[in-house]
Design a protein around this ligand. Structure first.
Ligand SMILES: [Zn+2]
Length: 170
């Protein structure tokens, strides 16, 4: 534990030192970053390492993005699927269950805007730990049934509403 702490502190210190150095140089010369990169690029090209360096840089960015997606976005997908499964895992209207991507969590009373206001896009994250509440407020609908429902209840944007529904359900 002590080792990790010292390494971390040293990294922190190093990072802060670099930042301060950069800002000091940048104050002295507004073009400092461009010039220092040009210098570094020249050196890399001379040493024949430029392409390897750029590749590694791109790699670092893409892997950190992948890591971010995995860490922060992935669990939301898992939670959404778990909530859908807990609510029956299929459209309550037509029974569609072929692809979970085409299933939506629908607010039974059409008060989804309140939740969206309150929770933003974190609806699945919220209901994941409150399945009883989810069963009370939500139902699973496929995208088709969800769109039709919102059109019929006039929740939809006025410009996208159709005059009459072609086939009325009983
Ligand atoms: Zn459906």
């Amino acid at each position: 534990m002590s080792l990790a702490t010292t390494t971390e502190t040293r990294c922190e210190e190093h990072r802060r030192y670099n930042l301060e150095y950069y800002h000091r140089k940048k104050l002295e010369d507004p073009d400092y970053n461009k010039k220092s990169w040009a210098k570094k690029k020249k050196r890399l090209i001379e040493e024949g390492r430029y392409e390897i360096y750029m590749k590694a840089r791109v790699n670092a960015v893409t892997t950190s993005r992948a890591r971010y997606r995995h860490r922060y976005l992935r669990p939301d997908i898992v939670k959404r699927e778990a909530v859908i499964a807990a609510l029956g895992g299929k459209c309550v209207c037509c029974g569609y269950d072929a692809d979970v991507r085409a299933l939506t969590l629908d607010h039974k009373n059409g008060d989804g805007y309140l939740d969206r206001k309150r929770l933003g896009s974190k609806i699945a994250r919220y209901y994941y730990t409150r399945i009883d509440e989810a069963k009370k407020n939500l139902q699973v609908l496929c995208c088709n049934c969800n769109t039709i429902k919102s059109m019929e209840n006039k929740e939809h944007n006025r410009s996208r509403r159709v005059h009459e529904t072609p086939q009325q359900k009983d």
